[in-house]
Design a protein around this ligand. Structure first.
Ligand code: USQ
Length: 411
């Protein structure tokens, strides 16, 4: 089994990915600077339930499974921290065995400020987004250039890089015929937030690294993710109950991922379910015709796994569109309302003036075959899936803060 380094392993997707690979027998090292937690505290946005620190999570995971996840609390925008994972000078914040595991075969790169609204609060948050996201990616490609060009990077990009063009969206590349000659280019990109713009810049940096130094990179253009439980969070909650470790821990689900429902860090469907449960009218922005490609958190795990198993070639920037189905905001609101009503909630739908600048009615036809061809089996947004989300959220209903649901951060 290979050694996997997970950058940004404390976040909504990073921590489930960490457990997923550890559970499958990989050596996993995880690094995070607690950006997300600190930003939630600073901006006072709360979370659905408290989660233990990354070091505590690694310890609990070790107690429950006997599998070690090595942890580094550190800021990857510092090049020396990034380089330490390749030079062998890494200082683990927590590990059972503090001996260097070796250069990773795969790096999963999630270490980015992931929110459009955060990036547009004001120039200060815009700068944090730009510096963090671009420095981390640049530090990574230089560390690979200098220490390990054979390491495969799996980077989480975003479908938002493409925007909503009036033509079909291809998987990363577009063949263009111009004045009788043909060439292949990165598909035109035009993001709708500053955060999404940093992901375009990431792609450019990584494409540069591939052209100059033959790096091998998979860039996954992901849509908004929804969901809470993964196989590993369920296993761990069963085991922790069996061991009677529940006292004082978050509802015995201590290894569940961080779950935000606020305007800044919550993605739309997670927000809608929470709004449905607490009787807050669903916050549809504008006309609600905004269409995006969505996926279940369990499919993020499958997608990064399939990408890891069948890596990009040396000197290849491989791009996949990581979505499983498309919905408009109105589709999601109606679905939430229908399922909520079935479960006894009076779910109302509100159309707020859109704080964002985005097309509210538009053509949207993205290709997304690549990951399915690699063997990903989608978990679609069925009624059962939504009911399950309602049930988990219901358990934490009393702690939900209505004041963080909508602030109206303007673009
Ligand atoms: N929206 C509403 N009401 C809400 C929240 C969102 O109508 O209360 C609308 C937004 O205006 C947007 C759509 O729902 O049109 C999706 O919004 P979102 O906040 O769920 O997603 P977004 O800001 O695009 O960002 C999220 C993740 C980001 C990821 C991106 C994928 O935070 O990290 O890159 O989804 S994508 O949307 O494909 O660019």
């Amino acid at each position: 089994m290979s050694h996997i380094l997970i950058l940004g392993g404390d976040g909504y997707l990073g921590w489930p990915t960490t457990m997923y690979f550890s559970n499958r027998g990989h050596d996993v090292t995880v690094v995070d600077n607690y950006f997300r937690r600190n930003a939630c505290t600073e901006l006072d946005v709360g979370m659905l339930y408290p989660v233990p620190s990354l070091m505590e999570r690694a310890k609990i995971w070790y107690e429950l499974t006997g599998k070690e996840i090595k942890v580094v609390i550190g800021d990857l925008s510092d090049p020396e921290i990034m380089r330490s994972f390749f030079s062998g000078r890494v200082e683990y914040s927590w590990a059972v065995d503090k001996k260097f595991t070796g250069i990773p075969e795969t790096v999963m790169h999630y270490a980015e400020q992931p929110s459009g609204p955060y990036s547009l609060i004001n120039y200060k948050y815009a700068n944090i987004t730009l510096t963090n996201n671009l420095l981390v990616t640049n530090n990574l490609i230089f560390a690979l250039r200098d220490f390990s060009r054979g390491t495969h990077v799996v980077h989480i990009g975003t479908m938002g890089e493409y925007g909503t063009p009036n033509i079909d969206i291809e998987e990363g590349w577009l063949e263009i015929e111009h004045k009788g000659r043909k060439d292949k280019f990165l598909y035109p990109r035009q993001a709708s937030s500053l955060y999404h713009t940093t992901k375009i810049m990431d792609t450019d940096l990584m494409w540069f690294g591939v052209r100059m130094w033959d790096l091998r990179i998979t860039d996954l253009m992901q849509g908004p993710v929804y969901g809470i439980e993964t196989e590993e969070s369920e296993i761990s909650s069963q085991r922790s109950e069996v061991r009677g470790r529940t006292a004082g821990r978050a509802d015995s689900h201590e290894l569940r991922t961080i779950f935000n429902y606020d305007e800044i860090f919550g993605t739309i469907l997670n927000r809608f379910v929470v709004q449905g449960v607490v009787g807050y009218p669903l916050t549809v922005y504008g006309k609600g015709g905004q269409t995006r490609g969505y996926l279940n958190i369990n499919d993020t795990l499958q997608c990064v796994h399939m990408s890891e198993k069948a890596p990009a070639q040396q000197g290849e920037l491989r791009i996949f569109n990581q979505i499983m189905e498309t919905f408009s905001v109105n589709d999601l609101a109606e679905k939430t309302q229908r399922i909520g009503k079935k479960l006894g909630y009076d779910v109302r739908i509100d159309h707020l003036e859109n704080p964002r600048k985005e097309a509210e009615e538009h053509y949207y036809n993205p290709a997304y075959r690549g990951l399915l061809d690699l063997g990903v089996k989608p978990h679609y947004l069925t009624d059962e899936m939504m009911e399950e989300m309602f049930r988990v959220v219901e358990k934490h209903k009393d702690g939900i803060r209505k004041d963080v649901i909508f602030r109206g951060i303007k673009w």
